[in-house]
Design a protein around this ligand. Structure first.
Ligand code: NI
Ligand code: MN
Length: 231
């Protein structure tokens, strides 16, 4: 059967997943991203999944959602923050999921923070999350910004993950060695690194991640911004 799911990397932690039923944009940080493979104003999508409120994830989400009328899917507090700006939202809780026309999205645990600059200091916008996305018979895990966590083992034991997107940039998230261990816990058919080499603090060699995952027998594809894979 011909593949019906394509996943395009737009740089940093931004991906767009396309199926015959919908286009899902994840963590759109395009404006101000030196590695962005698209302009925010050129994106067409039906849903926008935002893992947490940091500007390198929430970035262009509100502007794209307003222009495209896409539904923004996020944890409760972040969804309300977007909704207050006139965006259609679906507010979920960590561990909770929902069936959509294209498939299912479940929020997963991420160990990180989630804040945005408010008029009088930082606003905390709920828990950061990852996403478990099931569509067209495929299972995709987008970890968000997170530390290595044993919760990943639970995901790997209960789902056959076709594609795992994992942060490897160190400093703000797990680094390439911990991400290699994450792959061992998640047991995905394919893993893709993200959240590295966008700026100085997160410069790492993705080859370390390839090597560490390879030690456990898992395949990694290092996608350049603008590249696509099909599942
Ligand atoms: Ni972050
Ligand atoms: Mn980040």
């Amino acid at each position: 059967m011909a593949s019906t799911v394509s996943v395009k990397y737009l740089g940093h932690s931004c991906f767009i997943i396309s199926t015959p039923k919908a286009k899902l944009l994840i963590d759109p940080f395009l404006t101000g991203n030196p590695k962005a493979a698209a302009k925010a104003e050129d994106i067409q999508c039906d849903f926008i999944l935002v893992s947490h409120a940091h500007s390198d994830h929430y970035g262009d989400a509100v502007a794209i959602a307003k222009r495209t009328e896409a539904t923004l899917i996020a944890v409760y507090e972040l969804a309300l923050h977007a909704g207050a700006q006139g965006v259609k939202v679906e507010a979920l809780g960590c561990g909770g999921g929902k069936d959509f026309s294209f498939g299912r999205v479940q929020l997963t645990i991420a160990h990180h923070t989630s804040s945005v600059e408010g008029p009088s200091g930082l606003l905390m916008l709920g828990s950061p999350v990852g996403f478990l996305i099931q569509l067209e018979g495929k299972t995709i895990y987008f970890a968000g910004d997170t530390a290595l966590t044993m919760d990943m083992q639970l995901l790997g034991e209960r789902k056959q993950i076709d594609l795992a997107m994992l942060p490897i940039g160190d400093h703000f998230t797990m680094g390439p060695e911990d991400a290699g261990e994450a792959v061992r816990l998640l047991r995905p058919k394919l893993a893709v690194p993200m959240h590295y080499n966008t700026f100085e603090a997160i410069q790492v060699d993705p080859g370390v991640f390839v090597r560490e995952a390879g030690k456990h027998g898992y395949e990694v594809e290092v996608m350049q911004p603008g590249a696509s894979i099909t599942l």
